[in-house]
Ligand binder design. Structure first.
Ligand SMILES: Nc1ncnc2c1ncn2[C@@H]1O[C@H](COP(=O)(O)OP(=O)(O)OP(=O)(O)O)[C@@H](O)[C@H]1O
Ligand SMILES: [Mg+2]
Length: 323
């Protein structure tokens, strides 16, 4: 069974306009995903597509408007009180910016300890040993517990962020652009650390990144978001070598480092305007930018359907690029 099952998750934000008007932004719209234990599902898509909001709603850090988020069969969105607190310990987030996500006034040891105090687990007497263990696990020295965040490099700060995320022995970790703020060499070290920890601790990752090179390195499965919806989802191999949705094809075509030979000859270019998210068109959200769009695409929204086993796409005319 999957560790995480997200079912028909939607998040709406009320956006206030001028003259007292307001509108609803469907930041996440009917997203369903499942994530097996010990695996990594990457969420990709351009800025504003809803990746962070979807992940934070799954972790109950942003209120969902609709849907269910089951962790091991328990719907997190309906929990309250003590059961919610215990469930929260099982899902942790590593944020992009280790500069702003760590409290500058706390010593590193206290930063790592904080979630254990907040969630009251493990017992108090065990917390100091647990902090020491976590420092060793992420490759920091014991005496570094006494230092403040500004005394660390960016990579080391992200190690503190990882230790903190691991403090309550979570099963699911959301990595939201966890290496995006780091130099390439440091990125590789942190990614390797994450993979090692995943193998050692059996962690499950929901891995958000706009860097497809990183995603290709880290993921087992990939979901592509566009304007709040999943437009394609597949295992890493088929997603990179035989993407079906023109939006995915355009994303991949924009990354020179990804092997293009296996993807067909011509690169898909997305031109045209992105629709107004507060006033979405009736058809496919990508139609205005899609080189393959026909009348049907502007009239009817395509459902996310399985086009081949395990490969879902929301497109009326899915297929290889360049046809
Ligand atoms: N608290 C909020 N109130 C109103 N709108 C929000 C809020 N949080 C996010 N949004 C909007 O929801 C949409 C999705 O944002 P989100 O941050 O989830 O995108 P993202 O895919 O993570 O983007 P990025 O790659 O830039 O991190 C955007 O249009 C954003 O402006
Ligand atoms: Mg984001």
């Amino acid at each position: 069974m999957s560790l995480l099952e997200i079912e028909n998750l939607s998040v709406r934000f009320r956006i206030k306009g001028g003259w007292g008007r307001s509108a609803w932004l469907h930041a996440v719209d009917d997203v369903s995903l499942s994530l097996p234990r010990g695996k990594t599902l990457a969420l990709v898509g351009e800025s504003g597509s809803g990746k962070t909001t979807a992940a934070l709603a799954a972790a109950r850090l942003v209120p969902a408007s609709e849907g269910a988020v089951r962790l091991d069969g328990t719907d997190l969105l309906t929990l309250e009180g003590e059961t919610l607190r215990r469930a929260r310990a099982r899902v942790q987030v590593i944020f992009q910016d280790p500069y702003s996500s760590l409290n500058p006034r706390l010593r590193a040891g206290a930063i790592v300890r904080e979630p254990m105090d907040a969630l009251n687990t493990p017992p108090k007497a065990e917390r100091a040993d647990r902090v020491a263990e976590l420092f060793a696990q992420v490759g920091l020295r014991p005496e570094q517990q006494a230092l403040f965040p500004h005394q660390f490099s960016g990579g080391q700060r992200q190690r503190i962020g990882i230790a903190r995320a691991l403090a309550t022995r979570p099963e699911l970790i959301v990595c939201d652009e966890a290496v995006s703020a780091l130099d390439v060499a440091v990125q590789a070290q942190i990614l390797n650390l994450l993979r090692r920890l995943q193998a050692e601790l059996g962690l499950t990752f929901l891995f958000i990144s706009h860097d497809l090179g990183v995603v290709q390195h880290m993921s087992d499965r990939v979901a592509v978001m566009y304007m709040g919806r999943i437009v394609e989802e597949a295992d890493r191999g088929p997603l990179f070598s035989a993407p079906l949705h023109p939006y995915t094809q355009a994303l991949l075509a924009a990354v020179p480092s990804i092997d293009r030979r296996r993807r067909g000859r011509s690169a898909v270019k997305a031109t045209g305007e992105t629709p107004d998210p507060l006033n979405p068109p009736p058809g496919c959200m990508f139609a205005s930018r899609c080189p393959r769009a026909e009348a049907l695409c502007r009239e009817t929204r395509p459902a996310l359907e399985e086009k081949s086993p395990g490969h879902r796409a929301a497109c009326h005319f899915p297929g290889p690029s360049g046809d």
